[in-house]
Write a protein that binds this ligand. Structure first.
Ligand SMILES: [Fe+2]
Ligand SMILES: [Fe+2]
Length: 200
């Protein structure tokens, strides 16, 4: 299962499963951070639609993802509420900032679009990996089910962003660039402290 999942997502560096043990001691923080991740996913999706509405497939494919991410935001808020927990204010997202810093400069619009689609795919892939760990190892049975659903949903988004990138530029270029992103993302993960109060 581990190998299968790793192959599917292609992530170079797997998260230490002990991360779940730290995270579950800070449920209010982790759920708050998760909620804001969903908000950012919705916001990024809207930006893609606004910027690239002319590209076939973008509006059609990204609009349902935005709706789903906003639904996720609401679901996490509901979960906080159910547990009598409060939504903490948003934080600066170092991981996402570092990923966007990988974007190559001076490219034409199609290549820029692919950079952005692959960064979105990367955030989905890493989130999916973390949600999977939570779904497997968290003690709370309700949260196991909760995170299993998120894992499946984000896996679908990851797949969609890769497919969209391949509809913009040749699959071979996209695959090579994706492989570069995978290596750089592992470096980013290695450079970051493993904290239980954030999804990544
Ligand atoms: Fe989501
Ligand atoms: Fe997503």
């Amino acid at each position: 299962m581990e190998t299968h999942q790793k192959t599917k997502l292609g992530l170079v560096l797997a998260t230490d499963p002990r991360w779940v043990n730290i995270a579950e001691m800070q449920i209010e923080d982790i759920l708050s951070d998760h909620a804001w991740c969903e908000q950012k996913a919705a916001t990024t999706g809207i930006s893609l639609i606004v910027k690239y509405a002319y590209q076939p497939g973008i509006v059609e494919e990204v609009t349902p993802i935005v709706a789903e991410e906003w639904g996720h935001f609401r679901r996490v808020l509901k979960e906080l509420n159910k547990r009598g927990l409060k939504l903490a204010p948003p934080r600066k997202d170092e991981y996402v900032k570092k990923l966007f810093a990988l974007e190559k400069m001076g490219l034409d619009s199609k290549h820029v679009m692919v950079e952005k689609l692959l960064i979105s795919a990367m955030i989905e892939a890493r989130s999916c990996e973390r949600f999977r760990l939570l779904s497997l190892h968290i003690q709370d049975d309700d949260l196991k089910v909760f995170y299993r659903e998120f894992m499946e949903s984000e896996a679908g988004h990851y797949h969609m962003f890769i497919q969209l990138a391949k509809s913009v530029l040749p699959a071979e270029y996209v695959q090579n660039r994706w492989n570069e992103f995978l290596i750089s993302e592992a470096e980013i993960m290695k450079s970051m402290e493993l904290r239980g109060d954030r999804i990544h």
